[in-house]
Design a protein around this ligand. Structure first.
Ligand code: SF4
Ligand code: SF4
Length: 262
């Protein structure tokens, strides 16, 4: 992302409907952050600085989903001002927990939560950034993995393609030598259909993956859901585990809706 003018590349971080956890991951890059800030100008990052600078931006990192009409307009402006746009986290790539509204009556939710729901201006759905503008890369996870974030930033600084594999969490279990919790203990695990990136964290501590990185590049739910049932999950369990962090991920949503209609 070398700018032609000779200035340092400009990095911007934007927030939409989200909890801020993925933005925090950038601040958590303690060992790498000084090196990154030496190479880029962090122009807009309200979680770290209340003095935003002007665009255009060489790389925009976008956290959060689109849940209001105003945000649907704001993301168009950000896209227009950004050379590259990368979404960070389950909200930005797959609607997040807030996409549970996609299954329900949002007016009913508003009435249950707010004393004066008439003050709330919200869309009926929570949608990923890619439903509104072209996205150069989607980083998954709730929250994202620090190593993958550093890889994306350094790859773009070097004008190369980031190395972010889309295989399943099972590959990561094999790589770190973790005994499979499903095979060894009959523990339900979403690893076979979940995108790599966390280093198979949960199975390493003896528990099943619950899919926080969203779908991997290849998901065979026809074979996988019977495995979850064999290991004790009923229809509601399956729907819930597919509708937690990545509710609007097309592969997870289609599988969950199929379960509900069968
Ligand atoms: S523990 Fe889960 S992620 Fe690991 S190999 Fe088994 S099914 Fe795959
Ligand atoms: S193992 Fe699954 S649930 Fe656990 S951190 Fe990794 S992707 Fe998320």
């Amino acid at each position: 992302m070398t700018p032609t003018s000779g200035r340092r590349p400009r990095l911007a971080v934007w927030k939409f409907a989200s909890c801020d956890g993925c933005q925090l991951t950038l601040l958590d890059c303690e060992d790498e952050l000084l090196g990154i800030t030496g190479r880029v100008e962090i122009t807009h990052f309200l979680e770290a600085s209340s003095a935003p600078g002007p665009g255009p931006y060489d790389l925009s990192l976008v956290e959060g989903s689109i849940t209001t009409a105003a945000d649907a307009q704001r993301i168009l402006q950000i896209r227009a001002a950004s050379r590259r746009l990368v979404t960070i986290g389950a909200c930005a790539t797959a609607g997040g927990v807030q996409a549970l509204r996609n299954y329900a009556d949002v007016a009913e939710f508003q009435a249950a939560v707010y004393a004066h729901p008439d003050y709330i201006e919200t869309l009926a759905t929570s949608t990923p950034i890619s439903a509104h503008v072209p996205v150069d890369l989607e980083l998954r996870g709730c929250p994202i993995d620090r190593g993958q974030l550093v890889e994306v930033i350094t790859a773009y600084l070097a004008d190369r393609t980031p190395d972010v594999p889309a295989h399943s969490v099972c590959f990561e279990c094999k790589r770190r030598g973790t005994v499979c919790v499903t095979v060894a203990h009959g523990t339900p695990c979403l690893g076979p259909v979940t995108h790599a990136g966390c280093g198979a964290l949960c199975p390493a501590y003896g528990r099943g993956c619950y899919g926080c990185f969203g779908p991997s590049y290849s998901t065979n739910f026809g074979s996988f859901i019977p495995l979850l049932r064999r290991d004790g999950m009923d229809t509601l369990d399956v729907v819930r585990v597919l509708s937690t962090f990545n509710t609007a991920a097309p592969e997870f949503e289609a599988a969950a809706r199929k379960e509900l209609t069968e």
